[in-house]
Design a protein around this ligand. Structure first.
Ligand code: HEC
Length: 281
């Protein structure tokens, strides 16, 4: 059965309407681009590393702990993984681990009962991790462990606090409503276009599912939905990224396809008469 909407196309609109719609679409895409830039800037520094990573997003929605780099290095057996390294004696390694896993890390840096850590690092690490080596891009060493100011940022684990629930409500109220309308507009544009129906259906489904997955996952993480889908909270971070990507890609594609629809050459006229005859059946 042909649906009644199948004859009207955006291409049939008068010139001024098509001009207006074109301007609206360009503005909308500008806004979407700005929000991507904002997202990147807003989240990428959560873990104090400049790149935007899953950890940033996890930190923002769920909260996360970034372990101290020195702790990670010691736990993975470093510096035994480095050519020409003298192995760290087990007693020294254990004392450093106790220090880093314990409380009051800055205060205990010079605590004799724990080594002191300052000396253990000077003996075992500072031969390679000098300031001179860290300053020399060819040395292969990126961080100095020579002085406390150098050690400190690598010795402390950091907790990333998730966005407060009140802020998440505000964000949902702004995003869920406007983005759903953006998606609905894109869906309408595609529906009244010459593009094949299967492609239209695929894109509309992708936008709808993507947005629901994205916003739904914010809340699934916040309310810890692991009890009903069995997925540990962390997996919802992938849902946020996948859903957001699906929705954004869908809207961009739909808007591009709509611009083509608005300005494509006309292939013959719509045939309202035949349509009416079919509807009458
Ligand atoms: C034989 C030389 C050598 C010794 C000794 C050594 N390291 Fe390293 N270390 C390296 C190299 C090479 C790298 C890789 C380059 C980098 O990331 O700085 C590295 C990387 C690291 C990193 C990662 C830095 C980052 O960018 O996050 C940490 C942390 C670290 N070392 C801690 C230590 C500690 C603690 C000790 C002493 C127990 C130690 N290293 C002893 C050579 C050494």
């Amino acid at each position: 059965m042909a649906s009644p909407v199948s004859t009207f196309r955006f291409r049939d609109l008068p010139l001024l309407s098509r001009l207006g719609l074109t301007c609206l679409i360009i503005t909308l895409l500008g806004g979407m681009f700005a929000s991507l830039v904002f997202l990147y800037d807003h989240y990428r520094n959560r873990d104090e590393e400049p790149e935007l990573t899953l950890l940033d997003i996890e930190g923002a929605y769920r909260g996360a702990t970034v372990p101290a780099p020195i702790l990670t290095a010691l736990e993975s057996g470093h510096p035994a993984d480095t050519d020409g390294a003298t192995p760290v004696p087990d007693a020294d390694r254990q004392m450093l681990l106790d220090w880093l896993r314990g409380p009051r890390i800055p205060e205990n840096y010079e605590n004799f009962d724990l080594g002191p850590p300052a000396d253990l690092i000077a003996i075992n690490c500072a031969s390679c991790h000098t300031r001179a080596a860290a300053a020399d891009p060819d040395s292969g060493i990126k961080r100095s462990l020579e002085f406390w100011e150098d050690v400190r940022p690598l010795a402390l684990s950091r907790d990333m606090q998730p966005t407060p629930q009140r802020v998440l409500v505000i964000s949902t109220h702004a995003h869920a409503t406007t983005l759903a309308l953006v998606g609905a507009f894109a869906a309408a544009c595609l529906t009244f276009s010459f593009w094949p129906r299967w492609l239209v259906g695929l894109l509309v489904a992708a936008m709808g599912l993507g947005l629901l997955l994205d916003v739904g996952a914010w809340w699934a993480i916040r309310l810890d939905a692991s009890w009903w889908l069995g997925a540990p909270g962390r997996n919802w971070v992938y849902a946020i990224v996948a859903g957001g990507a699906l929705f954004n890609a869908g809207v961009w594609l739909a808007m591009g396809m709509t611009l083509v629809e608005l300005w494509r050459p006309r292939f013959g006229r719509a045939k309202p008469k035949r349509q009416n005859a079919e509807d009458a059946k």
